[in-house]
Structure formats: structure tokens, C-alpha cells
Design a protein around this ligand. Structure first.
Ligand code: HEC
Length: 207
């Protein structure tokens, strides 16, 4: 059920964003790139950046790569999106963090970005990043996401380094099975499980 509510909030936000672009497109689309042709199903929009913004919202990318996205139900302005999450995802693989994609899109080429998302980072990528989903995305859509995030400019916020199994994270973290966030349990400082509501408050407090 919470998942449905989350999706509804995301869709409402998309509708609002698209309406804004329609009304004031002159500023919003300045400097944006036109859509190259695509084979197969792909997002249609006025520009690659607009397609990318939409895809990141309906593709849930902000949930793990934008601080505060879930707690605020998607009310984070574009300038503050994709600078990474400081809540670790802990599981059999160790602890992984939703990386700062603002930094990555500034430093890495678009072709490399596509390669990483198509190949589970060459086989090295960890959960809970939904690698199996991005591997199935149309390449033009992956490029659209890259161009949108890159167009937001650098945001140098630091994200903790991922840790191997057995290493204790110093900051907040969520226990995660390979099945994803729906079975996540927050853990208190003493290692005992937290109630979901306390968990949400703890996550909001780490902002
Ligand atoms: C459930 C949480 C989650 C969601 C949803 C998610 N990510 Fe991730 N993402 C992660 C984590 C965690 C990592 C780090 C994985 C690792 O350490 O191997 C990651 C890594 C990445 C990387 C690799 C960065 C690098 O190191 O080069 C890219 C690119 C990326 N995500 C893009 C996306 C995009 C695009 C979406 C939406 C389609 C998305 N992510 C959705 C959690 C998530």
C-alpha cells in the first residue's frame, strides 16, 4: 500500500512539472538538446532534458539518489536532486549508498553512463540499485536521464563510501534484503529493529 501512495505522489508531481514546462517553456527549455530518433518504445518530450526529468520521477531514481525525496513526498527542487543519499543500504553485499549522480554526470561520459546502467556496472554493481530495470531501458532514455542530471550542474555534496560486509557504517543505514526496499527495517543505534514510523523520522532527521 505505501508503494501505491508513493507512486500517486510521484505522478501528481509529474503532472505539475509538465504543466509548468508547458506554460513557461522559453526559460525551461533554453539550451536543451533535441530528441534523436529511437528504435522501440521510448519517452517523447520537447527535449532530452525534459524526458530525463520525467523518467527519473516515474523511474523512482530520486528515491535513492535524492536526500529527503521519500520523506517530503517528492517536494525537492531540481537544484537539490541527485546529490546522493547518506543513508546506507545494508545487506549481504555490505553497505551501499545512492551515489551523487550530479558529480558522476559531470565527470563521466554519456557513453560510460549507458554502459554502467546496461551492464550492472560491469558486473560490480550492488543492490538495491535496480540494475535489471535500467538494463532494459531504451538507450535514448538512459541518455535523456544523463543529460537532465548533467544539466542540473555540479553539486559537490559528499556521500559515504560503500563498505564491505562486516564493516560497521558510522552513519544511518537501512537493512535491506536483495528483494528491495519494501522489506527494509530501520535499525536503532543498539542494533534493535525500529518501528516504520520511527524509521521515517530517523531518516528525516539525517538530512
Ligand atoms: C532502491 C534504491 C535505488 C534506486 C531506485 C535507484 N538507485 Fe541508482 N544506485 C543505488 C545504489 C545503492 C547505488 C550504488 C551501487 C553500488 O555501490 O554498486 C546506485 C548506483 C547507481 C549508478 C552508478 C554510479 C556509478 O558508480 O557510476 C547509477 C548511474 C545510478 N545508480 C543511476 C540510477 C538511475 C538512473 C535510477 C532510476 C532509473 C536509479 N539509479 C535508481 C540505489 C538506487
Amino acid at each position: 500500500m505505501p508503494l501505491y501512495r508513493k507512486t500517486a505522489a510521484a505522478i501528481a508531481l509529474v503532472a505539475f512539472t509538465v504543466a509548468c514546462h508547458g506554460g513557461a517553456s522559453a526559460g525551461a527549455t533554453a539550451g536543451s538538446s533535441t530528441m534523436p530518433p529511437s528504435t522501440g518504445p521510448a519517452m517523447q518530450a520537447e527535449s532530452m532534458e525534459q524526458a530525463g526529468e520525467y523518467l527519473t520521477i516515474v523511474g523512482s531514481c530520486n528515491d535513492c539518489h535524492t536526500q529527503g525525496w521519500v520523506e517530503s513526498k517528492g517536494k525537492i527542487p531540481p537544484a537539490d536532486r541527485f546529490a546522493g543519499l547518506n543513508v546506507g543500504f545494508r545487506g549481504e553485499w555490505g553497505t551501499s549508498y545512492g551515489k551523487n549522480l550530479r558529480t558522476i554526470t559531470q565527470r563521466q561520459s554519456e557513453d560510460h553512463w549507458v554502459e554502467v546502467l546496461k551492464t550492472t556496472d560491469g558486473g560490480d554493481g550492488h543492490p538495491p540499485m535496480p540494475w535489471w530495470n535500467t538494463a532494459q531501458m531504451n538507450e535514448r532514455d538512459l541518455r535523456a536521464i544523463y543529460r537532465y542530471i548533467k544539466s542540473l550542474g555540479p553539486n559537490p555534496k559528499g556521500v559515504p563510501r560503500s563498505l564491505p560486509p562486516g564493516k560497521e557504517p558510522t552513519g544511518p543505514w537501512i537493512w535491506n534484503s536483495a528483494l528491495g526496499l519494501s522489506v527494509a527495517v530501520c535499525t536503532a543505534a543498539d542494533g534493535s529493529p525500529m518501528k516504520r514510523s520511527a524509521c521515517a523520522i530517523a531518516m528525516a532527521a539525517t538530512k
